[in-house]
Write a protein that binds this ligand. Sequence first.
Ligand SMILES: C[S@@+](CC[C@H](N)C(=O)[O-])C[C@H]1O[C@@H](n2cnc3c(N)ncnc32)[C@H](O)[C@@H]1O
Length: 293
Amino acid sequence: MTALEKLKELARLFEGEGIEDAAREAALLLTEILRISKTKLHSSPPDIGETMLEKIDSFAARRIHCEPMQYIIGHVDFWGLRINVGKGVLIPRPETELLVEETIRLMRMIARCKDEAVPRSVGLSILDLCTGSGCIALALAKEFPQSVVSGIDRSVQALAYASRNAEANGIGNVSFIEGDLFGPLRADASFDCIISNPPYIRRSDIPSLQKEIRYEPLNALDGGEDGLDFYRRILNEAPRHLKKDGLVILELGFDQAEDVYRLAVSQGFKDIRFVKDYAGIDRIFVVRFQEAM
Ligand SMILES: C[S@@+](CC[C@H](N)C(=O)[O-])C[C@H]1O[C@@H](n2cnc3c(N)ncnc32)[C@H](O)[C@@H]1O
């Protein structure tokens, strides 16, 4: 059987199982397993041997059981980095790249204030809470090579991926620490920027999530009864660990902007802003820390 014949068979199978983007997923599975480009798959498809066919079928069966494709192929592209993922670590989402983009924009502004001539070489201190695969911390560490980036997560499994991802991408200015939010930090540790994409799903919404999402670790999703537990804690503790004019930048669930705004105001934060995602939803929360809050 040729790879192109297998592609058609898989696309039909996935479509019949109600998988969105069936043709694209089938092509991704084949190009990854066969290690060929999409162009080669279509223009000069190789023959597939028996052993390889069995491997493809076993991967396809996992997909039909709703395991996310990123877990099956073992990685995802994020901000130009290859991020390894698997059971026990959240799959980085495209909307989180927006968090990275906004953080880079703001960090460049801060860096420019510190050193007009060479903004990208100025050392900034960045804390990524709930770092998971390390995708945010790594993207920022790569973008600001003179900066020191720390990523904290409670999950040992996730941190193993984060460290592996740092090594695989050759990024050295980042360290990953196990712990509960700010818990592992020294009392006097302070940062130019604290970022987080924390767990933010309402606990009661979890059972009705897409089957694919339920493959992901519960502790990466569960934001407590109202989904706001982590925002409460982060906004409460962040002022103790922010430099003057430091920033807190958080990813939000699709309907959480108003609640998080209220939380921030009740904590005394003033300079609050939201950034919309491509669907027009307030997705990123930004606040600047002024010492006299
Ligand atoms: C939504 S995921 C975000 C992962 C990654 N930053 C990303 O954007 O793809 C949330 C992460 O928070 C971690 N987490 C849950 N509770 C935590 C806690 N109390 N302290 C630190 N990390 C925690 C989970 O292990 C998970 O990796």
